[in-house]
Design a protein around this ligand. Sequence first.
Ligand code: ATP
Ligand code: MG
Length: 131
Amino acid sequence: MFNKIMVPTDGSEFAKKAEEMALSLAEKLEATVVAVHVIDEKLIYPFEVMEEDGKEILSNVQKKGQKMGVKVEEVLIFGNPRHDMKKISEKSGADLVVIASHGRTGLEKIIMGSVAENTLKTLNMPVLLVK
Ligand SMILES: Nc1ncnc2c1ncn2[C@@H]1O[C@H](COP(=O)(O)OP(=O)(O)OP(=O)(O)O)[C@@H](O)[C@H]1O
Ligand SMILES: [Mg+2]
């Protein structure tokens, strides 16, 4: 049913739950996982630090996938995590998105964080919200 499962991740504990859900689903469905990290253009850390951080987040998903025999494609881009998920999902050819309700900010937002909310709002495909 699903061939390409996209999982946006910021490396948080919440995101790890979504990563694991995406990988388990992919294992069962013999699908590919597309792990996505957007380096937030609004953050003021040095670019190299954010790039390293993003690479490590994605390579962790890659390693977990390898152990399970699941193919993982890595997408690291510079942009706006709240607004770029639609474009990334379309470009990657994903047919399902698995995203956690919260991320690095944590449980401050009552139902879900802004990246999760915008992803649910804007994508025209099934989105699995992991909580
Ligand atoms: N920069 C990012 N790149 C990829 N995925 C992201 C990024 N930021 C968040 N996500 C994904 O969205 C999920 C929800 O995080 P979100 O950012 O919406 O919540 P938050 O950090 O708790 O709140 P907010 O960012 O609104 O202050 C995360 O678990 C992660 O999977
Ligand atoms: Mg966030």
